[in-house]
Design a protein around this ligand. Structure first.
Ligand SMILES: [Zn+2]
Length: 171
């Protein structure tokens, strides 16, 4: 078990496009996923992508239910995720991010998606998601392309937020 430091935007590899995983069934990959889960639960959060702990690989974990009524931890692992389809129907919801402490704002996203991804052994999966799960997955996988939710804001608003984060956390 290892809790890693979560990078603050725009630190480190948070603005980079992460590389796909090419070696599965690998100790290093298992350790990375466990570190992501440990760090996410400790934060606490409902999703964490590898670039947020300084690893530029297309890996993320989510657990959108554990903070609700039962509190059972059961993280899902997403490796090399790829959206095969996104709905035309959009939904606006408030988002926050562990890499942008205390910043919140409304983001409009497709409210349903079809996803292909791989597990730790390299087995492929395909499934449709909607609602909060679909939004959470889009947020996490944006990190794998070096994007964060404030990239959906105006340049003026985004620059103000980045200035604030740099002053508070990175100076
Ligand atoms: Zn995030």
């Amino acid at each position: 078990m290892a809790i890693k430091r979560i990078l603050v935007y725009p630190e480190g590899c948070l603005k980079q496009v992460a590389k796909p995983v090419t070696v599965f069934n690998d100790k290093g990959l298992k350790v990375l996923v466990q570190d992501l889960a440990d760090t996410m639960y400790d934060a606490p959060g409902v999703g964490l992508a590898a670039p947020q702990i300084g690893v530029s690989l297309r890996v993320a974990v989510t657990d959108v239910d554990w903070r609700s009524e039962d509190g059972i931890k059961n993280h899902q692992v997403w490796i090399n995720p790829e959206f095969l389809w996104k709905s035309d129907e959009m939904e606006i919801g408030e988002e926050g991010c562990l890499s942008l402490p205390d910043i919140y704002g409304d983001v409009e996203r497709p409210n349903a998606v079809r996803l292909r991804w791989y597990d730790l052994e390299g087995k492929p999966y395909e499934q449709d998601f909607e609602g909060f799960q679909a939004v959470a997955l889009q947020h996490e996988f944006d990190h794998l392309d070096g994007k964060v939710f404030i990239d959906y804001f105006s340049r003026l608003k985004r620059n103000m937020i980045i200035k604030k984060l740099k002053k508070k956390y990175l100076s």
